[in-house]
Design a protein. Structure first.
Length: 378
């Protein structure tokens, strides 16, 4: 990573912000919302997916989808991604959505089985999690209804994090980065690393042979990966990197591919000590990266960064804190790696009016909400 002052013209301007959780959850004061993402249909309609329930670890949490036809000002009552009639087991799920053309929407994510409701998703002693599976659901009516979930086989022997939305590449391939969690007892078969889940036939078949990010130390997390395509064939993936053995946070790292995400160069550091993050292409080799700064800092919040990726380097052009939470403390009931989950998963889309819309979740006074921030990026 390096900082280059030659690009002083690039800037980020916060235009407006609003809390949208109240609308998305029909104003139910008992409902919390987490893990949002937004996609835009060809006709300009916005669709927001998010997880809602009485608490992040509770068995009633499930993915819901709402729509907006006025650029995110108001949102319609949400619908459940998994309809009650197609829930054959008790599980908690988290999915992201992507518009893939016409009226078609694809949701992809993962679900943890909760056969014993008293057992949490995460083991507070080891940092491991319950068994899960990766799922895909399709809608052909702009997310009003989704068909039965399709199970996607993966190569990991451990539980899988599939928290990123699908990216449709310029060659038509579907990709989304995945990573492994630790087993419930804290073990892994071959360490922690990321893979690229890929389909060349619109989700009929999949493979995950490509490794996205991997570090020599097997206990380095590669979580909350997010991908974007820059120029045709050039794919960049960003990840949250943490030394779980020594409880040490490392900077967000990026890996770059020049062959549509089939092989990646060695990870490069952004120099930004963030956790959950995302990456979006701005053109001219520039990207917008969004970082959750949550721990080991005197100033937590969401950091927005404009950078240039060229010749496998990450060159920061400008950066600024665009949102800051009220003071919060570590959650001692959770394993240290999850103890600072008070806000996160920032992501953005470029609206048809040229502005950018950023969404994220945050907890305040015991309830989690979703907020959107509108940005102008020059």
């Amino acid at each position: 990573m390096k900082t280059n002052g030659e690009h002083h013209m690039s800037s980020i301007k916060v235009l407006d912000s609003k809390i949208i959780c109240g609308q998305l959850t029909s104003g139910d004061s008992k409902v919390s919302a987490y893990f949002p993402n937004v996609t835009q249909m060809d006709n300009g309609k916005l669709l927001a997916a998010f997880v809602a329930g009485s608490g992040m670890d509770n068995i009633d949490t499930t993915t819901m989808v709402s729509s907006s036809i006025d650029g995110g000002t108001t949102w319609h009552s949400p619908v459940k991604l998994f309809e009650a009639s197609i829930k054959d087991r008790v599980f908690t799920d988290s999915c992201k959505i992507t518009a893939v053309g016409s009226h078609t929407v694809v949701a992809i994510g993962y679900r943890f089985f909760r056969d014993d409701p008293s057992v949490p998703v995460g083991n507070p002693d080891t940092g491991g999690v319950l068994p899960d599976e990766v799922v895909l659901l399709r809608s052909d009516d702009e997310a009003k209804h989704f068909h039965r979930p399709e199970i996607i086989p993966v190569s990991f022997n451990e539980p899988v994090e599939a928290s990123a939305p699908l990216v449709v590449l310029s060659n038509g391939h579907w990709i989304t980065p995945i990573a492994n969690f630790m087993n419930w007892d804290g073990s892994t078969a071959s360490g922690l690393f990321g893979r690229m889940l890929r389909s060349e036939d619109e989700g009929l078949t999949w493979d995950d042979v490509t490794v996205t990010l991997r570090f020599p130390k097997p206990h380095m997390s590669v979580w909350e990966q997010r991908a974007c395509e820059m120029e045709p064939g050039m794919v960049a993936v960003i990840a949250w990197v943490e030394d779980l053995k020594n409880n040490q946070l490392h900077p967000n790292h990026i890996a770059v591919s020049n062959d549509y995400g089939k092989t990646f160069f060695s990870p490069i550091s952004t120099g930004i000590m963030g956790q959950a993050s995302s990456i979006h292409y701005l053109g001219n080799d520039r990207v917008l990266t969004l970082h959750s700064i949550r721990r080991d800092t005197d100033r937590p919040g969401l950091l927005a960064c404009i950078a240039q990726i060229r010749d496998n380097t990450f060159d920061i052009i400008s950066q600024q804190m665009i949102w800051e939470p009220e003071p919060f403390s570590k959650d001692s009931t959770k394993h240290s790696v999850f103890a600072y989950l008070k806000f996160g998963q920032p992501s953005a889309i470029k609206l048809q009016n040229g502005k950018w819309m950023l969404t994220f979740w945050y907890e305040q006074h015991g309830k989690s909400q979703i907020q959107c921030i509108f940005l102008d990026i020059i």
